[in-house]
Design a protein around this ligand. Structure first.
Ligand SMILES: [Zn+2]
Length: 511
C-alpha cells in the first residue's frame, strides 16, 4: 500500500438494515458484529478472512491496486440486519465520525460502504443524515460516493448529499466486492474532474422481499435491461428494490441513473426504467406455500427416497431481514408430523445453546426453544433433544457470494436431534446461507431429505449446487419478515403505496 502520498480518501460505513418491528440495537450489538475504528479498518481489509462487507474490502483493494493514495479510515459500524439503531448511540457514532473527518481534513474524497436501510429509534433516514454530515465537513467540491445494498430505501437527502450512489445488482448479493471496486473507479473519475449528474425516481411500490430476486423475474429483468444502457456517457444505473420492513416515508423501489454530465440522458433513462416497472407492478406478487403444505411436502420426501430432496425457506423469520431466527412453527410442525431426514438451520437461541453445552455431547434433555422472546411474531416449543455435537461456532463462509471466505462467529453452537429433526442452535443471530452452517457440526447436506433454512433468499447462492430453484419452497409461516404484507401494522409509508393500496397511482416526472 502506498500510504503517505496520493489523494486522501476517507472510508467509513454505517451498515445496518433496520426492521422497524424488531428490537432496537446499540453499541454492544455492533461490537458483537463489526465495529472498527481507524487503522483497524485497513488491518481487516488486509486480513485473510475480513469481517467487513465486500464493498469495503473491494473498494480498498481496488484503490490499492490503482496507484498511490492515502486511505483515511474513519469508522466501520456493521451490525447487519437488525432492529432500529438506538438514537443516542446513533448520535454518538455520528459525532465520532464527524470528529474523525474534521481531524482528517483536508480530504480529497469520501467513500461510504453504507447499507442504506438504517432507521433510528427517532429518525427514518440516518444514512442521508450521515451523508449530509460528511458534506457539511468536506464542503461542496469534494466527491462523496457510497455503495449501497439493493435493499436500501433511497431518500432525497441521500441523493442530494452525495455525488454517486452505487447499488448491488445481485440478490443473493454476490457482487459486493465488485461494486466496491466499481466505486474505486468512480472515485478516480470524479477526482479526475468528471462531473456526475444523477436522476432519481422513487415509485410508490413496496415489492415484497421474496419478489426481488435477480436471477429471473421482474426485478432481475429491469436490472439486466438497465445494464444494456451503460456506455461512455452513462456511468451507473442502480435500482433499489428497497427494504419493506423499514416502514419509512423513504420506502419504495428507486431508480438512480448517473451520467457523465448529461442530465437529459439521465432523466430519460430513469423515467423509462420506472415506467417499465410501474407498468408490470402486479408481477411483484409472492408465491408462498402454506405451513401445512410445507410440512406435508417434507413428510412425503421423508417417505420416498426416490423423490428429490427439497429446501424450505422460513422467509418470515429471516435474520438477514431483522428476524430473530427463533420462531418454532416449522420445527414444531415437522417434529409432530415425524418428517424424516430434516435438517433445520440455524436456530438462534443462546440460552438453549448454553444449556446444551452444560449437558454435553450424548446427553438428552428437555429443550425449550425460544424461552425468552415469545410474542406475536415468534412462538415457543419444547421437546426432548439429544446433543449430537458442540462447537465454539467459528466458521469460514463458503457460499459463492456475500460471505465467501469471511470469518463468521455463530457463538457457542449445538447440533441437537429433536425427534426426526436435526436442529443447529447458535448464539449469535445469523441467517443460514451455505451448508457449512451445519456441515461444520457433522451434519451433511446430502443426507437430508428436507433442509429448512431461516433465510429469505441469500441461501440460494450457497445451496444452489444441491437445490435448484424448482426445489426451493418459500413458507408462509408467521414472523417478523413475513412477505405477507397484511401481517403488519404499517405506519411509516407514504400512502397510497402499491400493493397495499391497489389503486395507488404514479405519474412520471415532468422533467
Ligand atoms: Zn440486502
Amino acid at each position: 500500500m502506498a500510504e503517505g502520498n496520493g489523494k486522501r480518501i476517507a472510508i467509513l460505513a454505517l451498515h445496518i438494515e433496520s426492521n422497524r418491528f424488531a428490537p432496537p440495537v446499540g453499541r454492544a450489538d455492533f461490537e458483537e458484529k463489526v465495529l472498527l475504528y481507524g487503522d483497524e479498518i485497513l488491518e481487516d481489509a488486509a486480513s485473510e478472512h475480513p469481517r467487513m462487507v465486500g464493498t469495503m474490502t473491494g473498494f480498498i483493494h481496488a484503490m490499492n491496486d490503482a496507484g498511490p493514495w492515502t486511505p483515511v479510515p474513519i469508522v466501520n459500524a456493521d451490525v447487519g440486519a437488525a432492529g432500529p439503531i438506538d438514537h443516542d448511540f446513533y448520535l454518538e457514532l455520528k459525532q465520532e465520525m464527524r470528529e474523525r473527518l474534521e481531524a482528517a481534513m483536508p480530504l480529497d474524497g469520501v467513500y461510504f460502504g453504507e447499507h442504506g436501510a438504517a432507521v433510528s429509534t427517532a429518525i427514518s433516514d440516518p444514512d442521508g443524515d450521515l451523508f449530509q454530515m460528511a458534506r457539511d465537513v468536506v464542503g461542496p467540491n469534494v466527491p462523496i460516493i457510497s455503495t449501497l445494498d439493493l435493499h436500501t430505501n433511497i431518500s432525497e437527502e441521500m441523493v442530494s448529499a452525495t455525488d454517486a450512489l452505487i447499488i448491488y445488482r445481485t440478490n443473493p448479493h454476490v457482487d459486493q466486492y465488485e461494486r466496491g471496486m466499481e466505486a474505486s473507479g468512480v472515485m478516480h473519475e470524479l477526482l479526475g474532474n468528471v462531473t456526475p449528474t444523477t436522476a432519481f425516481i422513487r415509485l410508490p411500490l413496496v415489492a415484497p422481499q421474496v419478489t426481488q430476486l435477480t436471477a429471473s423475474g421482474p426485478y432481475g429483468e429491469i436490472i439486466d435491461y438497465g445494464q444494456t444502457l451503460i456506455d461512455d456517457t452513462v456511468m451507473n444505473i442502480s435500482i433499489a428494490g428497497g427494504f419493506t420492513y423499514g416502514d419509512t416515508p423513504e420506502n419504495g423501489m428507486a431508480f438512480l441513473v448517473t451520467t457523465r454530465d448529461d442530465m437529459t440522458r439521465a432523466q430519460s433513462i430513469c423515467r423509462d426504467l420506472a415506467e417499465r416497472v410501474w407498468n408490470y407492478r402486479e408481477r411483484f406478487t409472492p408465491n408462498l406455500t402454506s405451513l401445512e403444505d410445507c410440512i406435508a411436502g417434507a413428510v412425503a420426501r421423508g417417505e420416498d427416497p426416490s423423490e428429490p430432496s427439497i429446501i424450505i425457506a422460513d422467509v418470515a423469520d429471516n435474520p438477514g431481514g431483522g428476524g430473530r431466527g427463533n420462531t418454532a412453527w416449522l420445527l414444531e410442525g415437522l417434529y409432530e408430523a415425524k418428517a424424516k431426514g430434516v435438517i433445520l438451520a440455524v436456530f438462534n437461541d443462546a440460552a438453549l445453546a448454553a444449556e446444551a453445552h452444560e449437558h454435553g455431547v450424548g446427553a438428552t434433555f428437555d429443550a425449550r426453544f425460544n424461552r425468552d422472546e415469545a410474542d406475536q411474531y415468534s412462538n415457543q416449543f419444547t421437546a426432548e433433544a439429544t446433543v449430537l455435537a458442540l462447537s465454539d461456532g467459528n466458521i469460514v463462509g463458503r457460499d459463492p457470494g456475500s460471505r465467501k471466505n469471511m470469518s463468521i462467529d455463530l457463538g457457542p453452537t449445538a447440533a441437537l436431534q429433536v425427534g426426526t429433526v436435526t436442529v443447529i442452535v447458535i448464539s449469535i443471530r445469523q441467517q443460514c446461507i451455505d451448508p457449512g452452517y451445519f456441515e461444520n457440526f457433522g451434519v451433511s447436506v446430502t443426507d437430508a431429505r428436507t433442509v429448512v433454512v431461516k433465510s429469505r433468499g441469500h441461501f440460494r447462492a450457497g445451496f444452489l449446487p444441491y437445490f435448484p430453484p424448482e426445489r426451493v419452497i418459500e413458507c408462509d409461516a408467521p414472523g417478523l419478515t413475513s412477505p405477507n404484507l397484511d401481517n403488519f401494522d404499517w405506519t411509516g409509508f407514504q400512502r397510497p403505496i402499491y400493493p397495499l393500496d391497489q389503486d395507488a397511482e404514479w405519474t412520471p416526472p415532468d422533467w
